[in-house]
Ligand binder design. Structure first.
Ligand SMILES: [Mg+2]
Length: 433
């Protein structure tokens, strides 16, 4: 590196950054590090230099060989797990030992819907609402107080674009107004076991439950919006009489808050342990519910745990596709480019950065939609792990799509977690030009 320039921030801390002007025309070594730079005042040349780097990286990324595919029926380790040391294997029943046909979800949906109508006196109109297997993915949160379904990442951030009131996507600005941003505070989150005001739909019986919630909310919203009443009183073209129609205004806040934007059976673990003498790391217990099956065995009793995540198989098949791997590879590179170009505050660089941010957003939307058009993968919110994913990493030593995947491994096999560089550790640059 030729030189750094320093400046003093308002808090008095001495901070250093690569001088903007030095980065305009840089020579890079084989590893992609800058070894010398010269400064150009020509705007056309500045613009050309950034696009040169972009195109060279683009060319390089296309030359990289395809990465090895991941086995959809593999077993994946969060924590080193040696089967040789396991003397007891335990299994949950539903969705661990017993798998169910997809048609079960439709049946559960119909039973739940029927119960709402006949037992809880919901309107007969909801009998017309049918189950849609793609309506939601596991791990979403339902805000009981606001009636919104959404996806959260591991830092409790709402992923904009994944918040739904019934079948209707809630505009980003309304989400930001409702939550004073996109972060959900710890107090508003669910409890350790996944229940609370932000109820997480986490087990494998959740899809019909979520679908029923979505459809009933949609039905209720349409009834409560006033649309039905206005059509009854005035006719189908009642909106023609108004220039502005505001729904869900939540008066009187609407009028008073300036900042709002309108828009053996039973027993217990202790007895069981006394009876069997099974304790700690001798036991490997499998379950599909990350909280109720795995959290206590792992955290309180030191058992080793295996999570059964049926969605894993189809997600791996999609993640193995050329479309996905190419998009993610370029997504990582363009994110690096965006980080680099921030040090150049020339108008040309600012304009290029906007173009790259748009390209990054397009790539993010594309990779998300490969899994589920509304909510994406159950494991990621863009680059972050989902809330579900982070908890899976905490409570499960290993995870797999089906318990029968174990048949592929010897009883002395050791599962090793992949070592990933932490943000502060040296790591190979993703691509060098
Ligand atoms: Mg179960």
């Amino acid at each position: 590196m030729q030189s750094h320039a320093g400046r003093t921030s308002v808090c008095g801390c001495r901070i250093f950054h690569l001088h903007t002007k030095l980065k305009q025309k840089c020579t890079l070594d084989r590893m992609g590090s800058i070894i010398s730079c010269t400064y150009s005042t020509n705007p056309d040349e500045k613009r050309k230099n950034w696009w040169d780097i972009y195109h060279r990286k683009r060319q390089k990324v296309e030359e990289i060989a395809d990465i090895a595919e991941v086995k959809p029926n593999g077993i994946f380790a969060n924590n080193e797990t040696c089967l040789k040391g396991i003397t007891v294997y335990g299994f949950d029943y539903d969705y661990t030992l017993a798998s169910y046909k997809k048609s079960l979800h439709g049946l559960l949906y119909n039973l739940g819907r029927s119960s709402l109508i006949h037992k809880y006196r919901y309107p007969d109109e909801i009998s017309k609402l049918e189950f849609d297997i793609d309506a939601a993915v596991r791990g979403l949160h339902y805000d009981i107080r606001k009636g919104l379904l959404m996806k959260l990442d591991s830092f409790h951030n709402i992923q904009l674009g994944t918040v739904y009131r019934g079948l209707t996507q809630v505009p980003d600005r309304e989400v930001i107004a409702l939550y004073d941003g996109t972060h959900v505070s710890l107090e508003d989150m669910n409890t350790f076991y996944g229940t609370g005001p932000m109820y997480q739909l986490v087990d494998l019986f959740a899809p019909p439950e979520m679908n029923l919630l979505i459809n009933v909310t949609e039905n209720m919203c349409s009834m409560m919006s006033g649309d039905a009443g206005m059509r009854y009183m005035i006719g189908d073209d009642w909106m023609d009489l108004f220039e502005v129609v505001i729904t869900n205004a939540r008066k009187p806040k609407f009028f008073n808050e300036a900042s709002r934007i309108a828009v053996k059976t039973q027993g217990n673990f202790s007895l069981f342990r006394q009876m069997t003498g099974w304790y700690g790391s001798k036991v490997l217990y499998f379950g599909d519910h990350v909280y109720s099956d795995l959290a206590d065995p792992s955290l309180k009793h030191g058992w080793r745990t295996g999570a059964i995540i049926p969605e894993l198989e189809s997600e791996i098949i999609k993640a193995n596709s050329k479309n996905y791997t190419s998009a993610v590879r370029w997504l990582n590179i363009i994110q690096d480019l965006i980080e680099d170009i921030q040090s150049d505050d020339s108008p040309e660089a600012v304009a290029i950065k906007e173009e790259w941010l748009k390209e990054r957003q397009d790539l993010r939307n594309f990779t998300k939609a490969l899994f589920n058009p509304k909510f994406g993968s159950i494991f990621r919110t863009y680059h972050n792990p989902t809330y579900f994913s982070r908890r899976l990493a905490r409570f499960a030593d290993i995870y797999m799509s089906n318990v029968v995947n174990l048949l592929e491994y010897s009883v002395e096999h050791t599962f090793y977690p992949r070592r990933m560089a932490l943000p502060h550790e040296p790591h190979e640059p993703y691509i060098c030009v």
